[in-house]
Design a protein around this ligand. Structure first.
Ligand SMILES: Cc1cc2nc3c(=O)[nH]c(=O)nc-3n(C[C@H](O)[C@H](O)[C@H](O)COP(=O)(O)O)c2cc1C
Length: 387
């Protein structure tokens, strides 16, 4: 793939961006998208085709889905893991195919905490039960800051001791080291959506009265210890992202001011970009519902960037190139993540280029396709047919 004009002539969305020593060809990011298709945490052909497809479709950076730092930390039996060398090794072809097609390969490392041991969405999206066990997928003990379930009918987590917390911090560091060894060039810590780190951050789920709970500093302690440990094992010259739930969406929950305070601390620890999501502290999507509309989380990315000076990534209902470009032009974010739209159309990135008036000659497409598609366009023009 090539870009046929100088960066300055390109829409911002298609200008390359360099973070530390890593340059992405554009500002389009595929955010982590769980596939629930691994066995024993090990990637397979599905992952190769899935991630390779987004790279071939022109995305700049691609984050492999939430990948468990320990077995208990997977959301479902189908989630990827990176707590063994074998699991990391299975991700090497996935890394390579993303690189071959010009994308920066990233990975999100995660611990699902009290929302672990869940069903895949298509099996019910609730805590696993006897029906799952009958299929051979046995529930496991889940852990969290306090013995409070994520929702009615969900497993009651075991409250983690300080020693157990320390083991999890170590596991995040080891996962970062394995990610580096597998060839990933960007790393994201999952600090959102009610999974372990966010469940410590939020006063809705963290009722501890030791040094990992109580005030904001106590609740942030685990996220900051994990970040410090990850930075130790992740090269200084490679970008580190942290995904936040910018708000819980509840008056007595985590607020945007808390995210800003956290982002300042993360920046000081060497985090390069805050990925600004929201919600998820309770398992049910109907609890703490944040009203959704086009780009509904963009104001969080804008506020965190403005208040802290750190790079931010906008995500959530960003549907097309012009909408993405307007967010960048307004200075509201540095990167644009596109999830479900890119699942719907893995060629979203190169089509966004055309929607923004560049690449009419299909030069950003893989040459195997571009040559034909350019002729198809000329045929359409002769026919007077509009796409
Ligand atoms: C199938 C699917 C899987 C997801 N898996 C993850 C995940 O592994 N980690 C995460 O932080 N967010 C996950 N998300 C949230 C997305 O990264 C993204 O924030 C969300 O889909 C909103 O963006 P969109 O409106 O462009 O889809 C997932 C979303 C979907 C649809």
């Amino acid at each position: 793939m090539s870009q046929n004009s100088k960066s300055g002539d390109l829409p911002l969305l298609f200008q390359p961006i360099t973070i530390k020593s890593v340059t992405a060809r554009n500002r389009i990011v595929v955010p982590p998208l769980c596939q629930y298709s691994a066995k024993d945490g090990i990637a397979n052909d599905w992952h190769l085709v899935h991630y390779g497809g987004y790279a071939r479709g022109g995305a700049g950076t691609i984050f492999v889905e939430a990948t468990g730092v320990e077995a208990r930390g997977r959301i479902t039996h189908g989630c990827l893991g990176i707590w063994t060398d074998e699991q990391a090794q299975a991700l090497v072809p996935v890394v390579n195919i993303m690189k071959q097609h010009g994308a920066v390969p990233g990975i999100q490392i995660a611990h699902a905490g009290r929302k672990a041991s869940s069903q895949r969405p298509w099996h019910g999206l609730s805590a696993m039960n006897a029906a799952d066990a009958a299929r051979g997928e046995v529930p496991w003990e889940v852990v969290g800051p306090s013995a409070l379930p994520a929702d009615e009918g969900w497993l009651v987590p075991k409250q983690l001791s300080e020693d157990e917390i320390s083991d999890i911090v170590t596991a995040f560091g080891q996962a970062a080291a394995r990610s580096q060894a597998a060839g990933f060039e960007a790393l994201e810590i999952h600090g959102a959506h009610g999974y372990l780190l966010q469940s410590f951050l939020s006063p809705l789920s963290n009722k501890r009265n030791d040094s990992y709970g109580g005030d904001l500093a106590g609740r942030m302690r685990l996220a900051l210890e994990v970040t410090k440990e990850v930075r130790k094992h992740w090269p200084d010259d490679k970008p580190l992202f942290f995904r936040v739930s910018s708000v819980d969406g509840s008056a007595d929950g985590w607020q945007l001011e808390d995210s800003i305070a956290l982002a300042k601390e993360l920046k000081a620890l060497g985090v390069d970009c805050i990925d600004c999501s929201s919600g998820g502290n309770a398992a049910s999507a109907t609890v703490n519902l944040i009203p959704r509309g086009l780009g509904f989380q963009v104001p969080y990315a804008a506020a965190i960037k403005k208040e802290t000076g750190i790079m931010s990534m906008a995500v959530g209902l960003i549907l097309d190139g012009p909408q993405a470009e307007a967010i960048l032009q307004a200075g509201d974010a540095d990167l644009i993540a596109v999830g479900r739209e890119i699942m719907y159309n893995p060629f979203w990135a190169v089509q966004a280029a055309q929607d923004l008036g560049i690449d009419e000659g299909f030069e950003m497409w893989p040459e195997q396709y571009g040559w034909w598609l350019e002729k198809r366009e000329r045929t359409f023009a002769r026919m007077g047919h509009k796409r």
